[in-house]
Design a protein around this ligand. Sequence first.
Ligand SMILES: [Zn+2]
Length: 265
Amino acid sequence: MEIFDTHAHLCDERYNEDIDEVIARAQDAGVRRILLASAEMSDSEAAIRMAKSRNGQVELFCSVGVHPHSASDYNDRSHELLASWISDRVKKRIVAMGEIGLDYHYDFSPRDVQRAVFIRQLELACREDIPVIIHEREASSDMLSILNDFSKRGLLSKMPGVFHCYSGSAQTAQILVRMGFMLGFDGPVTFRNNKKVWEVLSSVPTDRILIETDCPYLTPEPFRGKRNEPAYITFVLSAIADYLGKTGEEMARITTENACRLFRL
Ligand SMILES: [Zn+2]
């Protein structure tokens, strides 16, 4: 098995005590690559440090960027720093920008600020030709209008990025797939009665599916309620494989190939 966990927050303090064991368990479960996703400037920096220093049997990569929750903290200094990291991305093991996006569920930052900060980071990603990891919650109409605008201006690449933890409709999924995006799936695919996610999964070509844990959040069954970790991605993998009538091995190969294509590995 060669599994790629494309979204893990291993710099979270909940792993301070046992990060070595967490990575060892991931390796035992068949995880070969992990993308450390970031949400703020401080954890972007921590992710770069971890990806560079802990790179062993399990290969670590990272993304840098500011989540819509923290959009209010974004300033010129953040922008310059992000730009400088990305221009040195190979040495820093950066393969994407994110999480960036819009979250109108929590509204932790004002919506106009979220939009402005998302657009600013997306422009940087387009200019630097690096894929984006998009977080979008209850903001699909503003999100699509921003992306359409970028697309009209010829700024979006053929494979612009991934909608991580995709929770939208099958209809929106179709639009995103046409734009070239991949969709990331995590723990909720293991929850019973999650009809919406199956509708999406059956409408999306398999070459657009990524798997992720989003750990320490979104823990799959049977560990729901506990801290999540990359080893538990096998539950996500087998839920999707079962649903699509494939073996876990096949699904691991497909999703790893998809991730390597997107992140250019
Ligand atoms: Zn995340």
